[in-house]
Design a protein around this ligand. Sequence first.
Ligand SMILES: [Fe+2]
Length: 376
Amino acid sequence: MLGTGEEGVLLREKGLDVPLPDGRLAYFNYYWLKDNEPASFDPETRERVNDIFALAEEPKAQTAAIAGDHLEIQWQGAEHRSAIPMAQLVQYAKAQQRPDPANLPRKSWFADHYANMARFEYGSVASDADARKTWAGAMLTDGVSLITGMPNTDAGLTDLAGLLGYVRPSYFGHTFEVKTHIKPTNLAFTSKALPLHTDLPSEEFAPGIQYLHCRANSVEGGDSIFVDGLAVAEDFRAAYPDDFKLLVETDIPYYCEHDTFDMRARQHVIELDDYGNISGVTISQHHEDIFDLPQEALDAYYPAFCRFGRMMRDEKYVMRFRLNAGECIVFDNHRIVHGRVAYSATSGERHLRGCYTDRGELRSTYRILSGEGRFK
Ligand SMILES: [Fe+2]
């Protein structure tokens, strides 16, 4: 059944056509109109209160017309009249993802990044919302930043992390201590070289943002090595497109097993975001489980995997620096690959205290500090 509303609104069987201010005619489904009108949301909780499942019959417009800057709909068999802002209809007419202020373009970086790394004073990000927004923005674009002037306390680390999200525990607890342990459960807890890796890929959702607060570093050696996995993956995609596809599409097993835990998860080495852009990598040779893929598939997978791993070690990408007491390096654990060279455990003290927050909360923090949102 077709019907013509006032102001050129055309009623159809399942929805209606609305002439937009720019002259386009846009189609909207009746369920969508009913479910997403302003009255479907509670202004206090800001949550949807409309129960679309409770509709006894498919919603249909009795009449519909543009009145000022709203589309007004009188529903069949219902008292309720909807008023939907034309601005909302314009925004959703193209079926594009909702714009996100936290979707900042990522900027890949290379070996010489240390001098340009985003740096912030602890006191500044702790007390100043603008500084905190700049810091969160740097984490979204660069994936790494250095906080200086850290308090030499246990709380310093978790207070800092609390500025970008809630500390989320791992199977090592809420925080972890990177120093030589007597009975180590992880290569990081020794003085040996720690090859480039991302943390804890054996967790179903590997930690998002990592914080390493340097409390002491007076040993010989132990310099940090950091690589932007995004920079490597972008070059890898250009040079070896077939290999790139394999590393995006193939899940490989990871594990971490000791006396009291037996973590297992599958991950793909290169990660794309909802927009198809490279958003990260997962690499950890010491936590790779025995590959259980079909052996024939490994004929192509292993060479691609090794090509990527070798490319990652190219000096073009490797940022080398010394983390100093009073500094905290903060980085996206799904993008930035990190490690350290060996050190002499008897030459002094080396102690990093670490924790994690999640990437989603970083984006949430950035959106809030940007002052954007649907309920502003
Ligand atoms: Fe690590």
